[in-house]
Design a protein around this ligand. Sequence first.
Ligand code: ADP
Ligand code: MG
Length: 897
Amino acid sequence: MPELAIERPFALSSEDVAAALGCLPSEGLSSQEVLRRRKLHGPNSLRMRKAKSPLTILLHQFKSIIVWLLAAAATLAFLLGDLPESAAIVVVLILNGGIGFFTELRAARSMESLLRIAEVRTVVRRDGKIRRINARDVVPGDIVVLDAGDIVTADLRLVEASRMLADESVLTGESTPVEKSTETKAAEAEIGDRSNMVFRGTAITQGAGAGIAVATGMATEVGRISEMAQSAEGEMSPLEKRLDRLGYRLVWLTLGLAALTILAGVVRGHTVGAMIQTGIALAVAAVPEGLPVVATLCLARGMWRMAARNAIITRLSSVETLGATTLILTDKTGTLTENDMAVARYLLAGGSVPIEPGAMSVAEDDCLIAAVRIGALCNSADPGDGAEKERRGDPMEIALLSVADATGQPWRSLQECYPRVADHAFDPALKMMATVHEDGEQYLYAVKGAPESVIEVCETALHADGPHALDPVQRKEWLRRQSEAANDGLRLIALAMKQTGTPNDAPYSGLTLVALVCLLDPLREDVPAAVRASLDAGVHIVMLTGDHSATAAAIARDAGLGRGALRVIEGRELRGLSHETEDDSLRERILSADVFARVAPETKLILVRLFQDSGHVVAMTGDGVNDAPALKKADIGIAMGQRGTQVAQEAAEMVLRDDAFATIIAAMRQGRVIFDSIRKFVVYLMSCNVSEVLVVGIAVSGGLPPPLLPLQILFLNLVTDVFPAFALGLGRGDDGIMKRPPRAPKEPIVGQPEWLSIGLLGGIITVATLAAFGLALFWLQLPAGKAVTVAFVTLALAQLWNVFNVRSTQGGVFVNDVTSNVYVWAALALCVGLIGGALWVPSLAELLDLPHPGGSGLTLAVAASFGPLIAGQILMLLRVYPRRKVGERAQRTADKA
Ligand code: ADP
Ligand code: MG
């Protein structure tokens, strides 16, 4: 079978397209046919998702300046005739490259599999059934079913379209959504005019329909725009960039220091050759080789931990932003609440009718029958086969279907009596939706929506003896009943109807109010604890909801939002608001509000900007198509994995697989842990490196023999730096991490407090090592070679113990985030073993030039190595380091919370 390709499908009728691609729109392809086509056409993916090959990663290792430095050192050692050293540097080089290679490979692989989790799913018709499949499995000829909020996953020729609008800005740059239909177009139509086609990567903003996949993968319009496919590749996160820059600065700094040491050594009478070797070894040792790679690994691991907690992050940079978040704008339904709705009661003109689950009988009250019927008819949930579990859609609508089943008006028979002829999808601005049904000779309009909106457009209300006119007093009374129920945290929907002779009437006028439905949507159990945790962490929470203010306030109170009096702002107060508003008192009120009720989607964007302008790092949740701009604007857009539309998920940086608020807090904690871990290993690594440079530099310029030989420096660097530093990077953080206010967003990884820590810790290790070296030489009267061994052991062990000096101040001296990190203990055990090997394995000891210093020398070294640990802990208890002041703005947030 040749590849299926079809020229200008928009200029053919949909039947011709179906025939050319060998498919039946009503049935879709058969599974066997799909397999055949999948083999022929390959996956429906753009090539940018191609995995990084191991070779690319290997080559990447040679881009590092460190590799060239090592190679130069090896060559130099070789030229100077020092073969063992030259070989040793080559070994270091290989090990270094190997570690870099494997770390990067792992990080890349775990990123790739994360991206697979986050892959878009799509609905197709196959074997006559509706299936949800991975977008990459779509083949030409597949019938793809579309709904508002979906991202289109292939180029489709539409065969069904009802009121469909598509946002094609990714392709055409035109941001107004275009209307779609199934009509055949002229052969010369430009891409923007091919209104019977929808294209991969564009979004359906309204309506529904289905289309035949005419192109998949690279054959699609987006696929052809190759630049687009390239641009999404492997961008570095800001954190990695900063680490990279830091790495470079360090390279120059150490090269400078090494040069100084060489100079000092030569002035003091050491030979130039020996000094150059020492200088090179120092430069090699002092450069933190794994810095960016370990950071990437650390971030990728953190992303995995978040994924395990149901938070999927697809952009590395978001991990760090999460840790700096100061404000969460959260919606209510489904995020704070279960979104598992049940009808509690109907408020009818004649009174309130409670609905007891399990104890329902066929309704007899005419008004109630009408209410239940309208609720089931004006419904966009997918009723499935009638079984409750089969149903998909808005839980509120499913609850309305369930009540209809239980009270003798099952959906199936309603559909037969009142076939649907038209519908007006839920409009978030009006907060209403309508459906139109045949009703004998007449047409029945079924309307439901937010009570204020519906009551406003009703002229009459249904009573037991028929409709009565609604006068202002009665309207007020209905609104009062609504508020009363809303105060209990119930969610309210008004139901209304009318009968006319035409299906094309304006739906929202001349209606008869039938009932208010009260639905119970309980708070998620874990929300109060999560809210408390977030307040403890200095992160403010504000609820943004389309629901009634009383309902919103009741839920907010249960969730524990606000302090004391809850500050609620109604959406209508914000109408016409701009983020540059001059009204300072309104701005002040907005910034200190806890709940925004009845907010329109456009207002969300303005609120995000207002909060950002006041210095907040804003995380915002959202699910609808209308939320996408605000999600994009927010520092962290959070979309709902279950409830959310694909458009919202595309716009977001993080997707919650379980839709739960508590997951945001868990992810936030991870974000902080990662930043903290990276900072810890940077401080650790650099304080160790500083000590190496200082020990040699000071001794040599002080006229002493070099306390460390080049090969020893290389060995030390490899052993002590790599393993403990990696282990620190894998830390799980301390308990106090969510008890502190968020870090300031611009705070550097290595700021003044970190430089201070690095200097102090590096300094005390230097002092201990030089002291041990001096004592060995002049007190124990050891020969220079053995004194070098004493210095080597002191420095090596002191560096190992130094991991405990970078613990967080929240923990105690013995129980803290470092001592509870098992990787650290494993790394220490391994390193002690390796140092032991260097002393007691004769060949290794000989290679490294480490004669055994005797019992007293060894005791001196071990004792001295504990000096820096003890001094470090004392300095920490005296609060000499780490001196980190909380950012001013972060402090303000903490005060407010
Ligand atoms: P929330 O923030 O609670 O998710 P929404 O913006 O989804 O609020 O809804 C706002 C209001 O619109 C709801 O309180 C409800 O009265 C009404 N509403 C929501 N969904 C529907 C629907 N499918 N049909 C009719 N009315 C709805
Ligand atoms: Mg909603």
